[in-house]
Design a protein around this ligand. Structure first.
Ligand code: ATP
Length: 257
């Protein structure tokens, strides 16, 4: 289980961009985080594995408080959190298999990684996953010879090779055409269920969020103002997330007036 408590993030001296967030994510589920640009979605995701350093608060994944880890322990603990990126973050000149095996860095020796002597079981698992997502025939192809959708499949498999306890996806479909985007969302949903993984997705496409998620969290101005089933995301809720003033602020303003 992932438990985020009182999470605050300030960049420099400005106002916090995450304001005392609490969030619990349990079991296999697809949780989509929506909200307008600058709401803090990406910062939230990146605080979870400390790609962005939280200012205060705690982030606990299955008993480990990530905010307390020193550098070395953090490096090890990060393996438990898979991450998928909008821009795929593949190494272009490496093959698909080599990119996928990057997910095992930290589990195998530097020597084995440098000489591409991957353990047999890692190769087998990579092929199983590549077959699962339909790219096994590209194992020896360079990453920069693939289409966007194929590259994102590689990104997903690389993250899964870490044997993560949770998967974070930061706008995983934003660089893809609508059809490919749907395929990747479907893939994330199916893999989450097959591997019993919780997946948190930062996503702009609300229709996709509604179609493929079990739960939607809506952010505005660094706060969570909606946390419910996709069916509860009504026009009013959308207005509040994207245009209106959040209820809590409205009430606070009303009380102050
Ligand atoms: N490295 C940084 N330094 C300073 N401010 C930052 C930094 N990264 C993000 N911010 C600011 O924090 C706020 C939240 O940004 P964040 O990227 O988390 O929002 P977002 O909801 O993911 O937006 P988008 O959907 O446009 O990606 C924004 O005002 C942004 O300008």
């Amino acid at each position: 289980m992932l438990t985020i408590s009182g999470l605050v993030k300030k960049y420099g001296a400005g106002d916090p961009v995450l304001k005392n967030l609490d969030l619990e994510v349990e079991g296999e589920q697809i949780l989509s985080v929506i909200g307008s640009s600058g709401a803090g979605k990406s910062t939230l995701l990146r605080c979870i594995n400390r790609l962005v350093e939280p200012t205060s608060g705690t982030i606990t994944l299955n008993g480990t408080d990530y905010t307390r880890l020193g550098k070395r322990d953090l490096r090890v603990a990060r393996r438990r959190i898979g991450m998928v990126f909008q821009s795929f973050n593949l190494v272009d000149r490496l093959t698909v298999m080599e990119n996928i095996q990057c997910g095992r860095l930290g589990y195998i020796s530097t020597w084995a990684a440098l000489t591409r002597r991957y353990p047999k079981e890692d190769i087998r698992r990579a092929f199983d996953l590549m077959e699962r997502v339909g790219i096994a025939h590209y194992a020896d192809k360079r990453a920069d010879e693939l289409s966007g959708g194929e590259r994102q499949r590689v990104g997903v498999i690389r993250a899964l090779m870490q044997d993560p306890e949770i998967l974070l996806a930061d706008e995983p479909t934003a660089s893809l055409d609508p059809k490919t985007s749907e395929q990747i969302m479907m893939l994330l949903r199916d893999l989450a269920s097959e591997l019993k993984l919780p997946v948190i997705i930062n996503i702009h496409n609300v229709n996709e969020a509604k179609e493929f998620s079990d739960r939607i969290v809506g952010m505005r101005y660094g706060r969570i103002i909606f946390d419910d089933l996709p069916t509860a995301l009504t026009e009013d809720a959308m207005h509040e997330i994207y245009a209106g003033i959040p209820l809590a602020d409205r009430q606070a303003e009303g009380a102050a007036a």
